[in-house]
Every structure is written in structure tokens, then in C-alpha cells.
Ligand binder design. Structure first.
Ligand code: OSB
Ligand code: MG
Length: 368
């Protein structure tokens, strides 16, 4: 399939509430929406790189540069038979997985629309809906944290992830655990500890957590192995897993017992699938992480999370967890039982609200 035109939209969208993690606090979220025309069809993809390099080195600025100057020109000059084809064409771009993943997502959308099949079918997922939870940022104090968690429980979320950092770990998690003894609870440190400071996490091992996500540095599989040996709670890796090769090595090394899969972090849905397949064959549980996506990325996450190896609830919350207004016409709602429906329309199964898109666009460019 030949893509004749690609438009990049750099978006900045207000979040309903500040989201604070160990790497920073934000009231807005940025991303790049990709729109591609091919054979009379229009496809969309979301590049999840945010404004600042807090979660990873990629930013909306670097992704804009890499897409505009290196990847879009290559893609516009070729005929793409498959997603693998696209990955081969951009293989000489080192790193920048979020930029690649955005481009790959557009192609999935176009291929699905051409064949009249949805992303879930294309990748071999199944089911009407997937189990989801909510990721809760660091709050002012424990009583506010408990109120915020309680609010989400009232909305129907049955699994909660708390962001933690040094100084905001044991007491916060203990307070939530005492208030909600039966809640499915897990934590995410976004690499805020080292082997020494992680000693303050030991009490969490007694708090009946589903997992402890990414306590140590992104490039530190070995120390995650050392830490996992001292915890009976499973360690889950997010930032550390950039490919199926990393996933295999982490599992061989026993650096973790669970993997968070984000298509953006690993360079695309195809690589997310590869990690899923590896883990599924080895009996290692995975789940779908989130990057505060718009409805575009959320649709892709829901399809991915419908694969059989995704056994823990995803960080895929309802639209009203994030935005007062989104760029898709489709609004994602939480079902009773803490699930969200997988879109069933062709491709990603979403359509764009062009007025909202206009409102949130801070720059835009069309190639050629
Ligand atoms: O580490 O999982 C993370 C959001 C932005 C960057 C990193 C992370 C997150 C989340 C939010 O935890 C998940 C979501 O609801 O999209
Ligand atoms: Mg994480």
C-alpha cells in the first residue's frame, strides 16, 4: 500500500487533574497525531512521546524531528506490503521507538480499513472487553490520596496502581492498603530508586501488592535481579523492556516476573506482539500499560490487551479519567466489572473530532 500524504499534528491537551510521578508533575499532555492518506483511505496513529524527557529520552520535539526528517520521507517514497515492511524501512533509525510506533499504528489502521477488519482481529485478540484499572498519581497527602482512590472505586475501578517515589512510599501504600484491605493494588516507581534506597521498599512486601513496577533504573536489569531475590512480590518491568530481546534476557536473568507492555515504548504494536508471544509461551504474565493516550492510542491499547497473555488489568482507563474533551468522536466508558469495550470498527475503530483536533493542535505539517 502506497501512502501518498502524511500530516503530523503536535497536540497539547489539558488533563483533568495534575498527574504526578517520580519524574515530574504535569497538567497537560502532549503527543503527535499522525494522519495518512492511502488508496482513498485515511488512517491515524498516535506517537505517545510527551513534552519532557522524564519517562524516556523521547519527547514530542524529538519525535517530530525524527518523523519529519527521517522516517516520513522514507515511507512516502515506497510501497508498503506489511507492518514488517515498514519496520525494515525504518530499521536504520536507531532508537526513537515512540516515533516508530506512531508510524506503525497508522499503517495498522490503514491495513485494517482496507481489509474491513479491526485491529483486534488483525493481531489475533478476542473478546468484547478487557479488564482495566487506574493509575493514580502522587497526591498532596495521604488523606487526599485515600479520597482520590475512593473516588475511582466508586466509579467502578477494581484495580489501582499508586505512583511512588523515595519519601512517598511505605506510608502512602500502607494508608491505602488499610483503607481498602481487599483492593487489587500495585505500585510504580518509574526508576526512582537504586539498590540501596530501595531498602525503604521492603515493608511493601507485606502489603499484598500485585507487583512493584520499575523500581530501579531503565538500563539496570542486573540490579532488578538482585532486588527480585529479596522480594516475594513480583517485580514488573516497564522502562527496562525495549524489545523482545530485552524481555527474554530479563526473564532468563530473573530480573522480573511480570512485564508491562506498551507499544510506544517498544517501537510498535508488532514488537508488543512479539513480547506478548514470548511471555505467553513461557507462562509469564503481561499487562498493557498506558501513556495517558488520546482515544486513538487508547483504541490500540484495548485491542492489544485482548490477547490471551494479558492477564492483569491494563492501565487503560475511561476517557473521563484523563480528558474533559478528547480528539476522537468515540468516548471510552467503564463497564460494570471494571472493563472497557474493545472497538469493533475497521482498523483502530475510531474517528476524529476535527474541531477538537484543531483546538489542541499547536503545530501541524503536511508531507509532501
Ligand atoms: O509508568 O506507567 C507509567 C503515564 C505516563 C508515563 C508513564 C506511565 C504512566 C502511567 C499512566 O502510569 C497510565 C495511564 O493511565 O495511561
Ligand atoms: Mg510504569
Amino acid at each position: 500500500m502506497k501512502i501518498s500524504q502524511i500530516t503530523l499534528y503536535h497536540l497539547r491537551m489539558p488533563l483533568l487533574a495534575a498527574f504526578k510521578t517520580s519524574f515530574g508533575s504535569s497538567l497537560e499532555r502532549e503527543c503527535i497525531l499522525l494522519e495518512a492518506h492511502s488508496e482513498g483511505l485515511v488512517g491515524y496513529g498516535e506517537c505517545v512521546a510527551d513534552f519532557d524527557p522524564g519517562y524516556s529520552y523521547e519527547t514530542s520535539g524529538t519525535a517530530w524531528h525524527i518523523l519529519s526528517d527521517f522516517m516520513v520521507p522514507v515511507i512516502l517514497s515506497t510501497d508498503l506490503g506489511s507492518v514488517q515492511d515498514l519496520q525494515e524501512k525504518v530499521a536504520n533509525v536507531r532508537g526513537h521507538p515512540m516515533a516508530k510506533a506512531g508510524l506503525e499504528m497508522v499503517l495498522w489502521d490503514l491495513l485494517g480499513k482496507r481489509e474491513g477488519r479491526n485491529l483486534q482481529e488483525l493481531i489475533g485478540g478476542s473478546g468484547e472487553s478487557v479488564q482495566v484499572g487506574v493509575s493514580v498519581g502522587i497526591q498532596e497527602n495521604q488523606s487526599i490520596l485515600i479520597d482520590v482512590v475512593e473516588g475511582y472505586l466508586q466509579k467502578g475501578y477494581q484495580r489501582v496502581k499508586l505512583k511512588i517515589m523515595p519519601g512517598r512510599d511505605e506510608a502512602d501504600v500502607k494508608a491505602v492498603r488499610q483503607a481498602f484491605p481487599d483492593l487489587q493494588l500495585q505500585v510504580d516507581a518509574n526508576s526512582a530508586y537504586n539498590l540501596d534506597s530501595a531498602k525503604t521498599l521492603l515493608p511493601l512486601d507485606e502489603m499484598d501488592l500485585l507487583m512493584i513496577e520499575q523500581p530501579l533504573a531503565e538500563d539496570d536489569l542486573w540490579d532488578h535481579r538482585q532486588l527480585q531475590k529479596t522480594f516475594s512480590t513480583p517485580i514488573c518491568l516497564d522502562e527496562s523492556i525495549g524489545s523482545d530481546r530485552h524481555a527474554r534476557q530479563a526473564l532468563e536473568m530473573e530480573a522480573c516476573r511480570v512485564i508491562n507492555i506498551k507499544a510506544g515504548r517498544v517501537g510498535g504494536i508488532s514488537q508488543g506482539l512479539a513480547i506478548h508471544n514470548l511471555c505467553y509461551q513461557s507462562g509469564v504474565p503481561v499487562w498493557c500499560g498506558g501513556m495517558l493516550e488520546t482515544g486513538v492510542g487508547r483504541a490500540a491499547n484495548l485491542a492489544l490487551a485482548s490477547l490471551p497473555g494479558f492477564v492483569f488489568p491494563g492501565d487503560i482507563s475511561a476517557t473521563d479519567r484523563y480528558y474533559a474533551e478528547d480528539i476522537t468522536n468515540e468516548i471510552f466508558e467503564l463497564n460494570p466489572g471494571s472493563s472497557i469495550d474493545v472497538p469493533k470498527g475497521p482498523g483502530l475503530g475510531i474517528s476524529i473530532d476535527t474541531q477538537a483536533l484543531d483546538k489542541f493542535t499547536v503545530r501541524k505539517t503536511t508531507f509532501p
